[in-house]
Ligand binder design. Structure first.
Ligand SMILES: [Zn+2]
Ligand SMILES: [Zn+2]
Length: 368
């Protein structure tokens, strides 16, 4: 099964002609999951190889505009491009902090926007230590008054599970998706997408020796069930299966100046890809932290603690132009951010990649 990540916006604060505001898409088998949706994400999608109509789930890390202003417009455009004759359109599941449900209901409601498909907002309840006090939304501000939007389905409210220090968003046959807490000027979350491990291949030589021919019994063994031979001998699936194929793990951090609790590092341990913000260079560390942001060295420390395979830096201040637009004499060089992370990871196996708008990173299957 193929899996890749495409960056649609890698700039902080606002979209510019050379960098979109925050958005990335994780694609698996034709299904697209969108992480953050800054202003202009829909035009970035149109310029990419991806199709907005394939988006089935949306994850919003926090309620700052550069991660959210694009969502109502994107939903409306997807609706415009939906065939009204199509029956049983599936619900777009949206996950994000408390307040997101109210934001969408008000923006879609006041603009009289009707969608051709249903949507549901599942809200994560932040804890009080995820931001300074002035960054916390009062219950009054996020109070949901009035009826649901006509296309809105009731969503869940998800609370922190104290024992794992994480939020379980959902689990299906292929993935388990959790969120974890970050510290930022407003409550911010990261997301961990973990593919389930898959059973290893069947040891066909051994099966032949046992007198088992290809057929339904092979499927039974592959599914982890035992098979009884005519002789009465019971064959366990563990005897005839090679080592399991480990599932892939992708972690996407929202804006932050630090992680909160031990959930993030535990969840992201061994990540194939860890996407972390690096808004400003290490020389601006004080300013970055003041604004609730990270530098490459800080992102590198997280990747090292998680033993991630690849650290992808993103969410750059608009002062850093993409490498292709860099001119001699430009003061702020985005390549320097990569060097700073690499310096901090010199004696580790973590690879560093700079995100760029429209960069697609394939995430290959791991070999056991
Ligand atoms: Zn931001
Ligand atoms: Zn922010």
């Amino acid at each position: 099964m193929t899996m890749d990540v495409t960056f649609l916006g890698t700039g902080s604060a606002y979209p510019s002609p050379h960098r979109g505001a925050s958005a990335l898409v994780l694609r698996t088998e034709g299904e697209c999951w969108l992480f953050d949706c800054g202003e202009g994400t829909q035009t970035q999608l149109m310029k990419s190889q991806l199709r907005a109509g394939r988006i089935t789930k949306v994850f919003i890390s926090h309620l700052h505009g550069d991660h959210l202003f694009g969502l109502p417009g994107l939903l409306c455009t997807v609706s415009l491009n939906t065939n009204p004759e199509q029956q049983n359109l599936s619900c777009v599941e949206i996950y994000g902090p408390r307040g997101l449900r109210h934001f969408l209901r008000v923006t879609l409601g006041l603009t009289g926007s009707q969608l051709l498909f249903p949507y549901a907002v599942h809200e994560l309840e932040p804890t009080a230590d995820q931001s300074p006090e002035e960054g916390q939304l009062s219950l009054q501000m996020t109070a949901e008054c009035g009826p649901l939007h006509p296309q809105e389905q009731p969503g869940r409210t998800i609370f922190l599970d104290a024992s794992s220090d994480s939020y379980l968003l959902f689990e299906d046959k292929r993935f388990v998706v959790k969120a974890f807490r970050l510290f930022h000027r407003v409550p911010s979350f990261g997301f961990c997408i973990k593919e389930h491990d898959r059973p290893g291949r069947l040891k066909t030589e051994l099966l032949k020796e046992l007198g088992l021919k290809p057929g339904p019994l092979y499927g039974r063994l592959k599914a982890g069930k035992p098979v009884t031979l005519e002789s009465g001998r019971v064959v366990l699936s563990s005897e005839v299966l090679q080592e399991a194929i480990p599932g892939r793990k992708v972690c996407v951090f929202g804006d932050c100046s630090s992680v909160l609790g031990d959930g993030p590092l535990r969840l992201c341990s061994g990540a194939d890809v860890l996407v972390h913000e690096a808004t400003l260079g290490d020389e601006h560390r004080e300013k970055a932290v003041d604004h609730g942001h990270s530098t490459p060295e800080m992102a590198a420390a997280v990747a090292r603690a998680c033993c991630a395979r690849r650290l992808v830096l993103s969410h750059f201040s608009q002062r850093y132009k993409p490498g292709s637009l860099q001119k001699d004499g430009d003061e702020d060089d985005v390549a320097e951010l990569k060097r700073q992370a690499e310096d901090a990871l010199q004696d580790s196996d973590v690879e560093v990649t700079l995100a760029e708008d429209f960069l697609t990173l394939p995430i290959p299957l791991r070999r056991p």
